[in-house]
Design a protein around this ligand. Structure first.
Ligand code: S3P
Length: 454
């Protein structure tokens, strides 16, 4: 994909349905009794992999455009698949579905593409084995052979790493277990879509967040008393904030921009990017919010900030200049909350007078590619000064990026983060291997082009 610099980002748009919520809606609807209608289902290939696996497990799934009808089989009602279940590139599909398969008394094999087969699975294998399932793997990596057990043992489990996929895996297993399955998070709660979706389907959960001095110290507990059965229902899925993030950053960074994004998921556990961008001077307004299917949804308006305009920067008063010149640091629980947005924030960091420091983000090395090395390689190609650490990176800003030949390394979020960087560059850039955006946001390049003015 060739991308040339932008003059402005202007217009009004919607992004496709949320990928995280769509996975959960499909899995939970499959375990419900009777039909569920899932509206505005994600167009991503990751969520298509979840639907495909459910089909192979005996769930009737009909897709009509963005709407998906799932005929639920009830908890424990899946049937043995005839062959391996291919999760494609989707870690969410593999980790969440594993929790469901752990409670079914047949053997199944979960596999995926070259990238997924390099992603660590011990984080789900250990607790699922404690619950009584057998999970064979290649030294903690896929393919996984899961031999489930009908009467899973309930478990109280403290997550050793902040991961909403692992939390979801255990809660879905817990729906089938006998007794109280509890997941404890010590570094603040990860995204809570599973909790919200289960409650939408009428499953009662015990949720507790201890008051803490700061979000980073918060202990969250979530428990389900199994076994549970519940009925299907309609789910309306909001736009995906993690997809919108690229458009938000593009509009915030290009002076003179004015972008509105409607029907966007604004779950507090997903939108820390807004605070981070506002702290460095971005002008972002939540125009309207409402609650839909237990999720906050609304419209955002982003104005291209003067804070990023060099000419205007010189006119800032001392206090504003001081605030902008301090380097921005993302570490601790903020790195976990911003995990999908960190490559994008690295790009943003190149435009900040104080640059950006990203640490405690070692998990980035275990995503669809090693996102630290991929980000560093591409930023250097564009002329940025970057130091790489095992758990993050440090960028000196501001820098005028140059157009360059960049690589997605097969990772959708790297491709999209560098499409934003390309808008800021001097001269055109080329992103190799850009088709991987379909993993989360197949319409990304058309969406971007529809609002970029040159
Ligand atoms: C996701 C959780 C995150 C995130 C991924 C989607 C989810 O992964 O990176 O894109 O939907 O629960 P981890 O749970 O591994 O941090």
């Amino acid at each position: 994909m060739k991308i040339s610099p932008a003059q402005r980002v202007k217009g009004k748009l919607r992004v496709p349905g949320d990928k995280s919520i769509s996975h959960r809606a499909a899995l939970i609807a499959a375990l419900a009794r009777g039909d569920s209608q899932l509206r505005n289902f994600s167009s991503s290939s990751d969520c298509a992999a979840t639907l495909d696996c459910l089909g192979k497990l005996g769930v009737r799934v009909e897709r009509l455009g963005n709407d998906v009808r799932v005929r639920g089989v009830g908890t424990g009602g899946l049937s043995a698949p005839a062959g391996p279940l291919d999760c494609g590139n989707s870690g969410s599909t593999m980790r969440m579905l594993a929790g469901v398969l752990a409670a079914h008394e047949f053997s199944s094999i979960l596999t995926g593409d070259d990238s997924l087969r390099l992603r660590p699975m011990r984080r789900i294998i250990e607790p699922l084995e404690l619950m009584g399932a057998q999970v064979a793997s290649e030294n903690g990596y896929p393919p996984l052979r899961i031999t489930g057990r009908k009467e899973l043992r309930a478990l109280s489990y403290e997550l050793p790493i902040a991961s909403a996929q692992v939390k979801t895996c255990l809660l879905l297993a817990g729906l089938h277990a006998h007794g109280r399955t509890e997941v404890v998070e010590r570094t603040g709660s990860t995204r809570d879509h599973t909790e919200r979706m289960l409650r939408w389907f009428g499953v009662s959960l015990e949720l507790e967040s201890e008051p803490a001095r700061a979000r980073a110290d918060a202990v969250s507990r979530c428990a389900v008393n199994g076994p549970v059965s519940f009925d299907g229902r309609e789910v309306r899925i909001p736009g995906d904030f993690s997809s919108a993030a690229f458009l938000i950053a593009a509009a915030a960074l290009v002076p003179g921009s004015d972008l509105e994004i409607e029907n966007l998921g604004l779950n507090p556990s997903r939108i820390q990017l807004l605070d981070t961008l506002r702290a460095v001077g971005a002008d972002i307004e939540v125009v309207e919010t409402r609650e839909e299917c237990n999720e906050p949804v609304g419209t955002l308006r982003i104005l291209g900030s003067k804070a990023f305009d060099e000419a205007d920067c010189a006119l800032q008063d001392d206090a504003a200049a001081d605030r902008l010149c301090r380097s921005t640091t993302i570490s601790g629980s903020a790195s976990a909350a911003l995990i999908d947005e960190l490559p994008l924030l690295a790009v943003v960091g190149t435009q900040l007078p104080g640059g950006i420091v990203i640490r405690d983000a070692g998990e980035l090395r275990f995503k669809e590619t090693d996102r630290i090395t991929a980000t560093v390689t591409n930023l250097r190609a564009m002329g940025a000064e970057v130091e790489e650490y095992e758990d993050g990176l440090v960028i000196n800003g501001p820098v005028k990026l140059k157009g360059a030949v960049l690589d997605s390394f097969g990772d959708h979020r790297i491709a999209m983060a560098f499409a934003v960087a390309a808008l800021l560059g001097e001269g055109a850039s080329e992103i190799r291997n850009s088709a991987c955006v379909s993993v989360s946001f197949p319409e990304f390049f058309e969406c971007l082009e529809s609002v970029v003015e040159r």
